[in-house]
Design a protein around this ligand. Sequence first.
Ligand code: PEP
Length: 258
Amino acid sequence: MPIFFSYDILILMKIISANWKMNLTPSQTKEYLQGFLPLVEDIKDREILLCPPFTSLCVASEILKGTHIKLGAQNCHYEPKGAFTGEISLEMLKELGVSYIIVGHSERRWIFGETDELISKKITACLEAGVRPILCVGERLEEREAGLTFKVVETQVRLALSGVESYTDDLDIAYEPVWAIGTGNPATPEDAQVVHAYIKDLLQDVNPKHEGRTRVLYGGSVNPKNAGEFMRMRDVDGLLVGGASLDPESFYQIVKSF
Ligand code: PEP
């Protein structure tokens, strides 16, 4: 009896990411990692990513050297260097071992006024620098209530990728409904699944040669209790976690929730 294997199913490594936002000083980062690293020492079948604030990257980079834990940044500038007071370049981040950049987080869009055009420049710069961007997209409450979720997500994805459409496999996307971030009111796993599947179809449309290597993460009030339910969804390839990642034990519970 012949055995048939299907080779056209791509198995993606799941990714669980911590976005610490503007929390944890360098000394608190050191303390966090002393507690967290022993907990995740043997968890190597999924990617674990920490995105501390800029000021903690140096200490985190030193401590994470030689471990399987990845380091990411929460933002970057798109120019390589120059008169951009207060900004941080990709070269600076790469030297610290940063391999992921969160781009277009809703707090940057809605508090700091980042436009789709700016986000697109950052995505292009990350791709050129060989750093994998995690593009954040998601609708606001009023947009959801007006039935615009898919339209908003489509526009954000298309504009962010304009000019770099053929690189869809070189980034990950976090679907983070704005109304779910930091509110304790997550999307349902089923609602997230529908949007994630839509994003994957959209990538195929943006780039007909897309190979399906883009992971779609869910973010918005993930906690140790609900993480496993999201990860059970077919098209949820990872999580982007804010508040619940600030405590090493809580983030560990999320990392091992599936
Ligand atoms: C985030 O900052 O990306 C996020 C999802 O935050 P929280 O988990 O706190 O909702």
